[in-house]
Design a binder for this molecule. Sequence first.
Ligand code: NAD
Length: 250
Amino acid sequence: MDLALKDKVALITGGASGLGRATAEQMASEGVRLMIADVNERLLEETRSRLAGAGATVEALRLDVRDMAACRSAVTQTLARFGVLDILVNSAGVGGPMSFFAQTDPEQWEDLIAINLVGVINCCRAVTDHMTQRGYGKIVSIASEAGKANEKRMVVYGATKGGVISLTRGLAAELGRYSVNVNAVCPGVTRTPMTAYIDDEMEKQASKFYPLGRLGQPEDIAPMITFLASDRASWITGQAISVSGGFGRS
Ligand SMILES: NC(=O)c1ccc[n+]([C@@H]2O[C@H](COP(=O)([O-])OP(=O)(O)OC[C@H]3O[C@@H](n4cnc5c(N)ncnc54)[C@H](O)[C@@H]3O)[C@@H](O)[C@H]2O)c1
């Protein structure tokens, strides 16, 4: 299937690593022009030069999604470089402390909420003026299975992802009239730098909870993000789609 993404322009937050980087690679293979944005400047430059070396049209900018002004500036810079912005992928995020809630304190939640939830809200707000004026846009946010059912020892992380799912549904309701599609992808546990703490034994145990018998790889998630960012998904909006080896079935 031709996704008809050639020459579209995507801003990908968290684009330097993991799912954001895999999405950048997948989209580049479809001919999407990329602005990858991340707080980690070293990884950002590494990813930019790898993508450019493979023939992608790609720019990179340092962005801390906690900063609304910086999010607006990222959109302005993308428009200055490419003239339009078709796609926003919200992949910037951090993992939780993996502790029982009763053993955590506010300093362990502040960044989780500021990055995983407020950061997504900031980036969505930063693109809405352009997308609604143009009458076109695709927003895909990476939520999580934890945002649907939540889990022990990651309660606030799950709450931020539940917030992203709710934001997705509300924004889809508001922005549909402007032909802006807003969706979330909900991965199960996927092997990225965020889950580097998982050793072989943990992976073996965790895989038992997955009907397909394994954890995810970034390449399992990026195709769904890319599809949702395409016009082939133009009648899909307000959805939180699990890509999780059958872990979540709601
Ligand atoms: N890996 C998993 O198992 C999994 C499962 C479900 C959901 N997710 C979600 O997928 C998204 C991507 O995670 P990943 O696994 O690729 O992790 P990752 O650590 O490989 O990538 C996250 C990226 O976000 C960037 N980032 C962190 N804080 C930022 C900020 N304030 N501003 C801008 N960039 C920032 C990091 O520098 C990093 O490059 C996250 O939202 C995560 O919660 C991951």
